[in-house]
Design a protein around this ligand. Structure first.
Ligand SMILES: NC(=O)c1ccc[n+]([C@@H]2O[C@H](COP(=O)([O-])OP(=O)(O)OC[C@H]3O[C@@H](n4cnc5c(N)ncnc54)[C@H](O)[C@@H]3O)[C@@H](O)[C@H]2O)c1
Length: 342
């Protein structure tokens, strides 16, 4: 896909989009889809005070407190931005009403209902995309194209390190889904899942996993905020380390191939490669100004997918594979054992 051409493409008429859940990410999506000029959003939020405040802030005309009621209107797409344990039941209702779906990550907290969702999507020829938005980063797109070209040879090893001060960015975390595994909380399902999904896109599905995870610092919760993973993506050996409290914003993923080292550095807005021992890094930098910029880009990509210009960057099948990884990671952390991904 060529993003330069994509950005220049003529914008189609506006898409009727129902955003379900207008908490932190739902409100951001509302703002960012509006910023594309290509969507006409309505909202569905069970918290009446929040719903009214968000509707006022963005002058949203259609607002609902219940999904079933909202689905009596006609929508092109339902964007599911409620907590993870509600994603599948809401997506099933949306598809039963003939709507395409964009589902926030992680896909769910269990495999329940996913087969039904799959069947509905196939029967009704609907589009389902999952919002692992790192895949719409131009840096990641370029890095993946370079890896897929084979110019660096076969990937042999992948390592990822990541850290962020979660309490600074999400001060209300104690009072959200994050506090409980059953609602999609903890560092595995909420945070490192982004990098696991990205790694699967770059080097293929994970096949085995061993996890050491612990609650080390975040006040007011007991779920893990520190995660260490050893894994296999078939023949590729991988390791991941994440914490949710360091001050420096850091995210780096390196793929070491037979003939080159390739690195994505989210915190430096770059990807780069080296093909000689102790050689020179060749780097590509894209700076997106402000935190909304990445989400506006993601919104434009999703709307292109809805217009069937290309397939979802993260399909339901890809997100299901990462859900299996999340679940295996939780099992591994609880039992201190290696788990096959199944
Ligand atoms: N892709 C990203 O960068 C990103 C970032 C943050 C969160 N997320 C994901 O998005 C989802 C929501 O996260 P959040 O941080 O916005 O949570 P949040 O708690 O801030 O907001 C969730 C909202 O959904 C509402 N809600 C719950 N059940 C509902 C229902 N049945 N119908 C309508 N509204 C309902 C809640 O009242 C709440 O306002 C989670 O799955 C999370 O993992 C993704």
């Amino acid at each position: 896909m060529n993003f330069t051409n994509m950005a220049n493409e003529v914008k189609n008429s506006k898409h009727r989009m129902l955003i379900v859940g207008t908490g932190s990410i739902g409100e951001r999506h509302l703002r960012c889809y509006l910023a594309t000029g290509r969507a006409e959003p309505g909202i569905c939020e069970i918290d009446a005070q929040l719903r009214n405040a968000v509707a006022d802030r963005y002058q949203v005309k259609s607002q609902f407190g219940d999904v079933q009621e909202a689905l009596t209107e006609s929508w092109d797409v339902v964007l599911v931005a409620s907590p993870a344990h509600t994603h599948i039941p809401i997506a099933v209702k949306a598809c039963q009403s003939g709507c395409n779906v964009i589902i926030e990550k992680p896909l769910s907290t269990s495999l329940d209902g996913i087969e039904q969702l799959r069947q509905l999507i196939a029967q009704k020829n609907l589009i389902a995309a999952v919002s692992y938005q790192l895949r719409s980063s131009p840096l990641v797109q370029e890095m993946k194209a370079a890896l897929d070209s084979g110019r660096f040879g076969k990937p042999l090893q992948l390592y990822m390190t990541s850290g962020q001060n979660f309490a600074y960015y999400r001060p209300a975390y104690r009072d959200t889904y994050f506090a409980d595994h059953r609602t999609g909380g903890g560092g595995i399902q909420d945070s490192i899942t982004h990098m696991l999904n990205l790694a699967e896109w770059l080097v293929g599905p994970m096949t085995r996993i061993s996890v050491d995870a612990s609650h080390q610092k975040l006040a007011g919760v007991t779920v893990e905020d520190t995660v260490h993973i050893l894994a296999r993506h078939d023949t590729v050996m991988a390791s991941y380390a994440l914490n949710m409290y360091q001050h420096a914003n850091h995210g780096q993923l390196t793929v070491v191939c037979e003939d080159g080292t390739v690195q994505f550095e989210a915190s430096a807005d770059r990807w780069r490669f080296m093909t000689e021992p102790d050689g020179k890094w060749h780097e590509s930098v894209h700076r997106l100004e402000g935190r909304d910029a990445m989400y506006i880009r993601n919104a434009d990509v999703m709307l292109d997918v809805l217009e069937r210009k290309y397939a979802p960057l993260c399909s339901l099948e890809d997100a299901l594979q990462t859900l299996r990884v999340n679940l295996a990671a939780l099992r591994s952390a609880a039992t201190h054992s290696w788990q096959d991904i199944s």
